[in-house]
Write a protein that binds this ligand. Structure first.
Ligand code: SF4
Length: 281
C-alpha cells in the first residue's frame, strides 16, 4: 500500500488562488484536492459570494477553517495593539494557527501533504510559501505553467468564475480593516461598507486609548481620514495618478478596453511588498 497523502489548496478570496483552483480542476481532475479558506471572521461579504461561485465551478465544498479564538480575543491578548506590517499577529493567529491545527496530526503521523500555492510566473520569488514541515511538499503550478497576471484573468474569465466584486474598489482580499490597504481603499471601504469602516474606527479608538502606537493607516486616524476635505483630497490624488498612469501607457489600437490597473499599479507598489501570500492571493 502506498504511503498516505493529502492534497490541499488554500483559497484566500483573491484572484490568484481562485485561478489556481480552476487550473487544478481543469488539468488535474483526478487529484483529491481539499480546498480550504481560513476565515478570520472579518472578511468582506463579497468574499463569501465569490467562494460560493467558485464552489459551484469546482463542484466541491471549500472547507472553512475557523480560528478557535477570534480577532477580539487576540486583540486583548496583544494588549489592544492593532496588528501592523511589523507585528502581524493577525496572520499568525487567525490564518496560520487554524491551518496548523488542521494539518498537524496528519503531518506528525507521517502523511505527506501536498500544498498547491498560487504564485504566478510574473512574480518575484517571495517568502511565505516555503514548507514549514518536512512532510509538507509545496507546489507552484501557476509558476510552472508560465501563467502570469493576464493568464489568471483569462482563466477566471473563461471558466465564468469571474472576479470577486470587491476588485472594483479594492486591490486585495483579506480582512475588512487590513492595514495593507492604501488610503483610497479606506475611503472606498467607508463608501461601500460604512458599518465595517466604523468597526475599524472603534478598534482603533480602543487601541489608541490603550497606548498602541499604531493607527490602521499610516500617520492619521480613520476619523481624520474621512473628514470630507481629506477624503476629497485622497480621491483627487488617486484620480490624478490614474490619469498620469494611463497617459504613460502605450495604447493598443486593437483594444478599446480601458486598462485594468490596480490600486498597487497606481501607487507604484510592488505586489510582493504590499501583501502576503496567505491573505492576499
Ligand atoms: S488580511 Fe491583513 S489584517 Fe487580515 S490577517 Fe491578513 S494581514 Fe492581517
Amino acid at each position: 500500500m502506498s504511503a498516505p497523502e493529502r492534497h490541499i489548496l488554500g483559497i484566500s478570496g483573491g484572484r490568484d488562488s481562485a485561478a489556481l483552483a480552476v487550473f487544478m480542476r481543469q488539468h488535474h481532475p483526478d487529484l483529491p484536492i481539499e480546498y480550504f479558506f481560513t476565515d478570520t471572521g472579518k472578511e468582506l461579504p463579497e468574499v463569501y459570494t465569490f467562494l460560493d461561485r467558485l464552489e459551484g465551478f469546482l463542484g466541491k465544498t471549500i472547507r472553512r477553517l475557523n480560528p478557535d479564538r477570534d480577532f477580539d480575543f487576540w486583540l486583548k491578548e496583544y494588549n489592544n495593539f492593532l496588528p501592523s506590517p511589523r507585528t502581524r499577529w493577525c496572520t499568525r493567529q487567525l490564518k496560520l494557527r487554524p491551518l496548523e491545527h488542521w494539518l498537524r496530526p496528519d503531518l506528525e503521523a507521517g502523511v505527506t501533504v501536498h500544498s498547491y500555492v498560487a504564485i504566478r510566473a510574473d512574480e518575484p520569488s517571495r517568502e511565505g510559501y516555503q514548507s514549514t514541515h518536512p512532510n509538507m511538499k509545496v507546489h507552484l503550478p501557476l509558476r510552472e505553467a508560465g501563467i502570469d497576471r493576464a493568464g489568471v484573468l483569462e482563466i477566471l474569465r473563461q471558466s465564468d468564475v469571474g472576479e470577486p466584486a470587491y476588485y472594483d474598489w479594492r486591490s486585495r482580499s483579506g480582512c475588512t480593516f487590513c492595514f495593507f490597504q492604501q488610503k483610497i481603499e479606506w475611503v472606498r471601504l467607508y463608501r461601500n461598507h460604512e458599518d465595517r469602516f466604523m468597526e475599524a474606527v472603534n478598534y482603533e479608538k480602543t487601541a489608541l486609548e490603550d497606548g498602541s502606537p499604531f493607527t490602521w493607516s499610516d500617520g492619521e486616524s480613520l476619523i481624520d481620514l474621512i473628514e470630507p476635505k481629506r477624503m476629497q483630497a485622497i480621491e483627487d490624488d488617486y484620480a490624478a495618478r490614474i490619469t498620469r498612469l494611463r497617459a504613460r501607457r502605450p495604447r493598443n489600437p486593437l483594444s478599446a478596453k480601458t486598462p485594468d490597473e490596480t490600486v498597487d499599479d497606481v501607487y507604484g507598489i510592488d505586489e510582493a511588498d504590499g501583501g502576503c501570500v496567505i491573505c492576499h492571493k
